[in-house]
Design a protein. Sequence first.
Lengths: 204, 620
Amino acid sequence: MADAALQGRDEHETTTGLPHTKLAMWLFLSSECLLFGALITTYVLYRGASTKGPFPADIFDIGYTSVSSFVLLASSLTMVLSLGAAQKRDFMRMRLWLVTTALLGMTFVGGQVYEFTAFYREGLAITTNLFGTTFFVLTGFHGVHVTVGILMLLSLTGMSFADRLPEDPAFPVEMVGLYWHFVDIVWIIIFTVVYLIPTGPVGK
Amino acid sequence: MASVSVPADRARGIRRPTALTGFWSWFTTIDHKKIGLLYGAAAFAFFIIGGLEALLIRSQLAGPNQTILNAAQYNEIFTMHGLTMIFLFVMPMSAAFFNYLIPLMIGARDVAFPRINAFSFWLFLFGGLFLYSSWFLGGAPNGGWFGYAPNSTTDPTSGMTFYALGLLLTGIASTAGAVNLGVTIINMRAPGMSFFRLPPFVWMGLVTQLLLVFSLPIITVGLFELLFDRRWGTHFFDPTQGGDPILWQHLFWLFGHPEVYILILPAFGIFSEVLPVFSRKPLFGYQFVVFSGVAIGFIGFGVWAHHMFAAGLGPVANTAFGISTAIIAIPTGVKIFNWMATMYRGDLRFTAAMMFSVGGVAMFVIGGLSGVTHAVVPADYQQTDTYYIVAHFHYVIFGGAVFGLFSGMYYWWPKIFGRLLSEGLGKLHFWVMIIGFNLAFGPMHILGLQGMIRREYTYPESLGLTFWNQISTLGAFLIALSVLVFIVNAVRTQVRHRALASNDPWDARTLEWLTTSPPPVHNFDEIPVVHSLDELWHRKYAEDKGGRLVPVQAGAAEERSHGPAHAIHLPSPSYWPFVAALGLPTMAYGVIYSWWVVGLGVVITLVGFYGWALEPSVAE
């Protein structure tokens, strides 16, 4: 990401015609696929393996998490709107949508913090049982990824105010967008696997 | 984040350093060649340390009931020996060759992300130092390089916490480096350098980087789970709570087997460069060598459970992985036949580089054959956790990868340092090393089949294992002697100012020999235009009507210079990769000692990355 400005100058000279940063971002995201793949696999392998409660059905509030998931998905839309504005060099709208995206992301992370606290009060800590271990680590890893994304969005906004964006301002927005959409898509899978698919009988 | 503030005169960020020479320039350099040298120097230092650990192991095992090391120390020493040789020597030494040579071989001026390159190096170095600091902070990792749970999760010392964090640090460094070099190969080739004109070393480099990109995240998850189990009492590998230690084995070997190819493919690339040059023939079946390397990369992800035959996965899984393991021997065999056919009826020159390549291929074949015996599941039950396995992987990793790396050192030394290593000392190095190597690891096959168990710190005299253990120890010290010969050779060459190397001392085939020895900062005065595989060779030689080689007129091979190089803008050095890399080990210490230190590490990393993002692209 950081090298986008540096590379912007001679990007048309690359062998494939793709900017280095875009290629690197796709390689990085493909690596991330395996990271989340291994984490989700761990969760799935251990579904229903907890020897004691609380169990998912005791504790999940599907309605609440659906709303916060919707908030995160909505942020993908605002991310696209921001990119569209950047491509038209409409910097006011670009910043507006960048900040909106970050705010939606913060709402999601805030919701996650609230959810974690609520679960903790109901007796589910990371050490309580295998469900707590796998749930907090998987969703926590995702939450950290969203947080890093928020940092990038706000940094981008700050750089645009300081007039530090490269000649093609849409490029860094597109790169942060790639990361942001990836993190959103991962959440769709996590939400489905963790919350929506009911856990089978305990101890199976 | 003080560094983000912009001074009133809108000077963009902190000024970049400008010095390209001198002691401090090594800390700020983003030149792929200097970073390659840093990787090489650090990796060689770790090689010496790992070698001393090996000598301690062999001294302890030189006779029955020895007490040079106690059991606890022995566990630490063999664990650190494995970690050092794999993660701190072979991988970074391969990275050294890739860093230095890939841009030169594809006709580029640098890698795609020079500062990320520097970041990768510093993080690797800090990760290695972090691992070694464990000796002074309550004990080194002691659960083997594979760190099997629940032994690794329940060990009372902090050694395996250092293991998890240290490997996470070097893993992040390798991932960043792999993305960088992968993009470089795909996206920075000189005009005309299509994929099937890439030198085979670059192809193997590409496969290696992709293996790293796809296998490291898996071990990352395993290491995080191990860390959480150890540090925060989670239950990932805790059978009392429903956890399954076998999950660790899957996560580890899903990384661990591709890792084997990460270690060996760079050496395969070196063999594929050295053998044609010293046979004065093109590489036989270039496409086959390339595709078999790609096939090894793919199939390498489908064989991991052959490390776990004795874990009780059941007959179906064991059979499937036995078959896939036998299959992966095919592309490997294809390569070996290609190398033999390259040499067949060639105009062979047995230089030190050539001897190390031929010796490396031969030793790898022995290791490969004992590897095929592991694919036979019932036989593997007998071999598991015996010295037969130790013999096997040393023939592959030392006999294959390390011989390959030494071959590369003799081959590219004149390009990198501008001076030729002594051939006489090089050949002495080769013969002492290959004899010592076979004495050290050959007897381990016998010891293993006699039932000598891996990782036991001593053995009783009544087992009759003493003789071959003594031979093995003798071999280990011969290897050490041969490394000493190499060091003497290297120091003599540089200090006594031995013969200067020409641009192309070996009459080689690839682009790095087109530029000066050592290459200028900008690599090529003019980026070469590539017309064929073995571009440099075809610039030097043509075939007459009878198919005989005739030299093209003198001077045609030299790159024509259209004026001085002052028009080439290279990015300036930078402080920030060093700073950003410093933050991560700080966080790692924090995880062990205090959240405040974690916070400090986060701040250092953020300062590093913001400074990085905001600094100007050239010094003003």
